[in-house]
Design a protein around this ligand. Sequence first.
Ligand SMILES: C[S@@+](CC[C@H](N)C(=O)[O-])C[C@H]1O[C@@H](n2cnc3c(N)ncnc32)[C@H](O)[C@@H]1O
Length: 258
Amino acid sequence: MPRTPQQIQELRAKVAQIQSWYHRIDLGDGVETPGHFRMTDYLAHYHFPARLDGMRVLDVGASTGFFAYEFERRGAAEVVAVELPSWGDHDWTPRYRREFEQKSSGEKQNIDREVMRDGFAIVGEAYGSTRVRRIWKAIYDLRASELGQFDIVFSGAMLMHVRDPILGIQRMRECCKDDGRLIVSISTTMPDAQEPIARFVGEWNQCNWWQMSPRALDDVLKCCDFDRIENRATYTLQDVTGQFHDPTYVCHALPRRG
Ligand SMILES: C[S@@+](CC[C@H](N)C(=O)[O-])C[C@H]1O[C@@H](n2cnc3c(N)ncnc32)[C@H](O)[C@@H]1O
């Protein structure tokens, strides 16, 4: 049903309440979330199937939800979007954690609301979404015994934020059907390196740990019970200002069977 002018105004007001949008998402009627990254411009590099009818999809590190809702739009029967329960649950350094813990509980709640929670919900409401649900978990806690297995497991631009990306990939493999696929994107400072290099990029006040070369990610995937790597692509992710540039590697990994 088309939105009334009042509904459009209300939607604009809700969107404006969030200061920290990650994704720039077109909500229709001229309303766009003011996020940093317009991922529609890069979708072709991900080689997602055009249709996902009947499929279960797991989106790990969903942020403000561009990909989760894109999977629903492509017909997925169920999309489970994984996000950390709170900002404090990132793999922070001890020093950042000590400083963060000194913030008031009001300040912390505000960060969680603004950065981790409300944006995703506003997009879902605007789309009239019915097949996307969010769960609050770290990648390390994804267990097939609880969530079942998925036809597609997706992790976009998040493995550099985890201290142990190999355990993260093992958990995603556990949640991937044997005939399913894991689709991963990573930012990489070494898009052209032929060697399997992982570079430590940690800083005390950032939650960034490892940048892998494409070959390193391929090799890690093979050590985590994936057999074939397909649809390898590299592209440069830019923010909407064009000032931020992030070389990005995307690939599909198919589980080793049996
Ligand atoms: C850079 S954003 C990427 C958003 C989206 N996947 C994309 O590709 O545009 C990374 C997301 O991963 C989440 N994240 C970071 N560490 C995580 C962890 N250990 N477990 C689950 N999610 C995590 C962050 O909260 C954030 O929403």
